[in-house]
Design a protein around this ligand. Sequence first.
Ligand SMILES: [Zn+2]
Ligand SMILES: [Zn+2]
Length: 820
Amino acid sequence: MFAQVIFPLPFRNSFTYSIPADLIDFVKVGVRVVVPFGKRVLTGFVVNISEKTDVKEKIKPIRDVLDDKPIFNKDSLKFYEWISEYYISSLGEALKNSVPYGLDVESKRKIVADMELSMELYESEKNKKSIKAKILKLISEKETYKISQLQKLVKKKSIHSTLKSLEKKGALTILTEIEDAKVRIKKVKYVKLSQSVDETYKILPEIESRSPKQVVILLELLSANKPVQLSQLLKKTNTNQSSVTSLFKKNSVDIFYQEIERRYVETYEELKQDITLTTQQDKIVKDISQKITEQKFKTYLLHGVTGSGKTQVYIELVKKVLSINKTALVLVPEISLTPQITTRFYNNLGDNITVMHSRMSLGERYDAWRGVINGKYKIVIGPRSALFSPLKNIGLIIVDEEHDSSYKQYELTPKYNARDAAVVKGQLSNCLVLLGSATPSIESMYNAKLDKYELKELKERVDNAKLPKITLVDVTAEKKKQRTEGNFSKVLLEKINERLSKKENVIILQNRRGFATQIYCEDCGEIEMCDDCSVSMVHHINRNIMQCHYCGNTKPVPKGCSKCGSLSLKFFGTGTQRVEDELSFHFPSIKIERIDSDSISRKGKLGEILNRFRKGEIDILVGTQIVAKGLDFSNVTLVGVISAETTLWLPDFRADERTFQLLTQVAGRAGRSKAEGEVIIQTQNKSHFVLQKVLLNDYDGFYENEISLRERNEYPPFARLCLIETKDENENNARGAISDYYKIISKNNKYLKLVPPAPALIAKIQGKYRYHLIVRSYKKNDPGGKILRNAILNSMIKYNQKSRYRDIKLYIDMDPQNII
Ligand SMILES: [Zn+2]
Ligand SMILES: [Zn+2]
């Protein structure tokens, strides 16, 4: 027998291997196998099995099988094929998503160092604070490391390119080991009574005189009436293992191993609420429920204003799905940022549900993943990566906050959009797809207008709550009247004061983290920039450092200008830290917490803060866009926006849409119960169209204007864009590569619109120069995008064959969410 294997690497072909007799029962379509490949040993996916082969060369045998059960079957393979075709990657790169990170051999690799050479190389690198220097220091001190160990020690994940370059120099060798390839199932010791209850009671008096501790243990086991985990037993009875061992020797207890599941626990908690659906909610639930039983593909767009109870609609529909023995997939934007919705699902659906996301430990993720394969979990909730969880028999796919840009994979190939891919998955699985948002993306609303999706609307808030009253404050005018203090208008300060005195809560949005966003020299005009990226460094006051938000590099704040030495440095631009600082100056006795990616980096921290906010232990939350994400606290009556401009002037065709969504979403945090809510938005562009539509809560008006702009300017949904990026430390290489590709794709592509390539807006990131080419194809000529994809792919093949820059990789981003 032979197996066709593909690899999670950029090449497109499959490779044939023979199946040795002892593995014949284990090799199936959908399992991962370990095979020799050239001089290396690789993990690959079995995509087909055959009795014969046309391959003439010597066929090597499969060495090992990594999975007991297939992680995909022929049907789900179709989905991965679609992903790889649409987003232009190899099938193997798409399938890589089917495995939770850490289960593949790749992450278990080791390095062996040449310690002497490393020491020599370190001497010349020593004064630099680079990753390379850090690694050289480590490997000059110890010979072998696991790559994961090195990643931890240097506090950086992306060290592979550095390791590769050190391998070239001979400082180390990267080894691939197949032992320990799996994350292990966790088994722990359990203790149980080995005799009946009566017999156990009988021996108690006899033991009591000599070893009272053993009696305590037996009593605990008697009262538990089931096996108890050894560590918990010892803790509870305050005894040690020797007492248990003595009981074991006396044949009074048994000690055995049992698997325990590592389960992710959400730190945020709230009580389950009994909710009666409103008439609107009820009607939507009934309509869609009926369709669920038909088991046909269909997509709904649920447009519900903030606070209209979309989550409850999702929960009722998932219950319906469970009642007909089907499964459900619930996608949320960034699960670690949305603990409230996860908790509500847990409260309502209990043990049927599992989360899957990157903040879980490897063991937790592995156990959750196996639980889904084994059918233990029928509902998966998670961010974009949960799209690839191995759920079978799906009845419903929900995409909450479907407008959110975090559904786009922007780092790894294939750069898929989980919202769009969810619709395709629904089609392939013959199930319903429900996209929900208070501010639907222009693309999805357009699809609803074309009747591709059925539109459902929730126009009223639940609990008779009213939408908040929004006020725009012109900060320029207020400044002239001297009615501002620092970043706050007097109006906003007065409103905050008023709410605090009524013991109500406040949320303040400033969508930039750090303290000051630019450090500027008054004498020569120099702005302190990151050495590796073409962006300014952001001042973080509590550690007194400057940080680059693109690569993470930090530097101490200079005493003088790094160009001319002048001491007149000014700190410009406002981040969340400065807002927090000013607030605590104005309201010294008030409890304020900040939520941004700096302050919630520890696992569970956001949940803890939200718990305290819910209990009233925090009065004001200050934060970046994280505070706009779905928070539902009835005591929040005021939302303040420090500056509406943070997203408005981004040079991206979606800037208006993003701003409208962010402001509408954050405004929606206010007044979600009987107490009426209020929103103050500070701006320098009071008359700006987007702000006027936010003010009137006029989604439809915003949509109508935006869609006509998109049509006129030939942007999505009227055209399909593909962004091609090259990057390299040498600017000529990055430029040469993109120009070569441009020349190739320009030939014979009469249906495509091409603009000559140019440096990316952020021209350099992490020391690499970036060039962009945008290829555009009109939907009227190319509705499915096939012309575009073929042109991109064929040009890529030619580029890889002919270009003298072919070593420079082309990064393909179909339907980019971000063109900066
Ligand atoms: Zn200067
Ligand atoms: Zn940087």
